[in-house]
Design a protein around this ligand. Structure first.
Ligand code: HAS
Length: 568
């Protein structure tokens, strides 16, 4: 992929090596994560009527699926992409001692958490809700991953301030603003989960205290859990705003819209976590309403992004000769081998229309009572994190690895179709899960043992069609992922054809507005802290005052023993 605005810079060999490992290591782990995704659909569809396959138990596999795909892969990618953006746009060498320390912490943390999961002692899913209890290595491992990623972020500060000193009065490059916004959201998000892990879960897991405060732990988790999703989304938005317009053949419609989106997400990402707890006791409906209200506000920049991306693509398509009210859509480079990243970004946008709408449904308090904890939820989040986020991350991983090693992307015809096959899979998969969820099909359940097993007294024939759709879609997704891995590893193992360099696609702005309100992080950060105090101080105080009895560890036994189950 060579575009006229693609800029390349030579970077230090150490930094190049580190970015490459940070991209390749989690991509290799993703093979395991995605395999367990396929296993999920096979278990749930009733094709497998067992608790374990190849020695790995259902919940162990589901934990691997969530932790590898949603926590490890995303965090490694965000750090590696962050290094690439900061080094590229700010043009300064970074402190490699801190960089390697951060890298080592993240790797050690991942290996500790993986060992804990593989040992069978930590099947607690990616949300690790108590009273499910993991081995201390699981919690310590995740903490190290977070601390490592913080170090990477702090390592970018000297370059940022030096650039600001030398470019007084100039706007910070948009991609840098988006990257900083992502990590500001990440730091905000990870403070409460660090408190949960360090003060509640590790002492309990070590056996130093017999019980844990479940409502408090869950509240702290979701204080982390929702900003987490915008930490995932922000690097994707950086790619959309700074690269997609150029790939479409045009310019970014509005630079201001990009800056406002990033700042807005700093402001509203966090005071919304209780929308995951609408159905839980112990939190008053006042605070549930406040969080529902803020959730509607956090969706605003994504609505804006939809229009800005459509306008930017339209500009590009018209530059390419597109005309008419709708005719310009035909002029976008959907299957252009030289602009293959376009397909990865565009498919993500299309999927996100549905992920966004279902997010608004979830946020609508009373509607959520119908879908909460059903298969509707995995349908929603696959159309967000496994849609725009996953496709942009794997596309950019392939792009950066090829550029940094000086290799050509192999099997280009196959590669160009991969995002569309994934989109087809995810749309069928999610449709099945949405239909099942609206009819009460539970999430996180090994249904092959019960609801989709005709031999079980709990067999639920009504969910069979929805389950079949889910399995077909999930299998297509697995085929698309296989295609990606073949393209990725074939490229990686091929010979270099030129000197590797750091290259990014850079879009110019069509409207390059000068709006001071979105040029400084300070007021937005201050606003975010204020909103967090308003949204969280009273419910946390309420939870602490409620004096809930502590819980002892629970060992999951999937499913509920059949002989003890009530007759239908
Ligand atoms: Fe969500 C649960 C609400 C966005 C991820 N969410 C989850 C969970 C995950 C997740 C992982 O209010 C489950 C957690 C668990 O395990 O329990 N979510 C929202 C809302 C939004 C939203 C309001 N979620 C995301 C994103 C995620 C993500 C982004 C990952 C990256 N979500 C909820 C709620 C729950 C929830 C509740 C809890 C429910 C429960 O009961 O537990 C919004 O931010 C969405 C705004 C998005 C839009 C879409 C804009 C569209 C664009 C595409 C334009 C397309 C173009 C192409 C231009 C408004 C930008 C055009 C082309 C053509 C061909 C037409």
């Amino acid at each position: 992929m060579e575009l006229s605005n693609e800029r390349k810079i030579d970077i230090e060999a150490g930094l190049k090596r580190m970015i490459l490992i940070e991209l390749i290591f989690p991509t290799a782990l993703l093979v395991l994560g995605i395999y367990h995704g396929l296993m999920q659909v096979l278990y749930r569809s009733g094709m497998i009527h067992a608790r374990k396959v190849f020695g790995l138990e259902y919940y162990q596999g589901l934990t691997l699926h969530g932790v590898v795909n949603a926590i490890v892969f995303t965090t490694f990618f965000a750090v590696a992409f962050g290094y690439a953006v900061i080094r590229f746009y700010l043009g300064r060498a970074l402190n490699m001692k801190i960089a390697w320390l951060s890298f080592a912490l993240m790797i050690i943390g991942t290996l500790l958490a993986a060992a804990a999961i593989l040992s069978g002692t930590s099947s607690v899913l990616y949300t690790f809700y108590p009273p499910l209890r993991a081995h201390p290595a699981f919690y310590i491992g995740l903490t190290l991953v977070v601390v490592g990623s913080w170090l990477a972020f702090f390592n970018w500060f000297p370059a940022y301030f030096a650039w600001k000193r030398e470019h007084r009065g100039e706007k910070v490059p948009l991609a840098v603003v988006g990257t900083f916004a992502a990590f500001i959201v990440w730091v905000i998000a990870t403070i409460p989960v660090a408190i949960e892990i360090i003060f509640l879960l590790i002492p309990w897991s070590m056996g130093w205290v017999p019980t844990v405060n479940v409502p408090l732990a869950r509240m702290l988790f979701w204080f982390f859990g929702h900003p987490l999703v915008y930490f995932w989304l922000l690097p994707t938005y950086v790619m959309y705003y700074t690269m997609l317009p150029k790939l479409s053949g045009g310019k970014l419609f509005s630079d201001f819209a990009g800056r406002l989106t990033f700042m807005w997400l700093i402001l509203y990402s966090a005071p919304v976590g209780i929308h995951h707890q609408f159905t839980e006791p112990g939190i008053s409906s006042t605070w549930k309403f406040v969080h529902a209200f803020f959730t509607m506000l956090v969706a605003v920049p994504s609505f804006a992004t939809a229009f800005v991306m459509a306008a930017s693509m339209e500009l590009g398509a018209r530059e390419n000769g597109g005309h008419g009210l709708m005719g310009w859509w035909k002029k976008l480079p959907y299957i252009d081998k030289d602009r293959w990243l376009f397909g990865y970004f565009f498919s993500g946008l299309v999927i996100f229309i549905f992920g966004g709408v279902t997010g608004i449904i979830n946020a609508s308090y009373n509607l959520d009572t119908v879908v909460h904890n059903t298969s509707w939820l995995p349908a929603h989040f696959h159309q967000t994190v496994a849609g725009p986020v996953f496709l942009s991350y794997i596309g950019m991983t392939l792009f950066l690895v090829a550029k940094l090693t000086g290799k050509e992307v192999k099997l280009p015809r196959l590669n160009v179709w991969m995002p569309y096959i994934w989109t087809l899979g995810i749309m069928i998969f999610s449709t099945g899960l949405f239909i099942g969820g609206a009819g009460g099909e539970p999430r996180r359940t090994n249904m092959g043992l019960t609801y989709t097993n005709p031999q079980s007294p709990l067999y639920h024939a009504d969910w069979q069609t929805a389950k079949m759709l889910g399995s077909i879609g999930g299998t297509i997704m697995a085929i698309a992922a296989l295609i990606f891995f073949i393209v990725f590893f074939t490229t990686l193992l091929s010979r270099s054809t030129k000197q590797g360099a750091l290259e990014l696609i850079v879009s110019e702005s069509y409207h390059d507005e000068q709006v001071r309100a979105v040029q400084s992080f300070t007021p937005w950060l201050a606003g975010a802290v204020l909103l967090l105090i308003i949204a969280y101080a009273p419910p946390i105080a309420q939870t602490l005052r409620s004096n809930f009895p502590g819980a002892r560890p629970f060992t999951p036994d999937s499913p509920w023993p059949i002989k003890a189950a009530p007759k239908p």
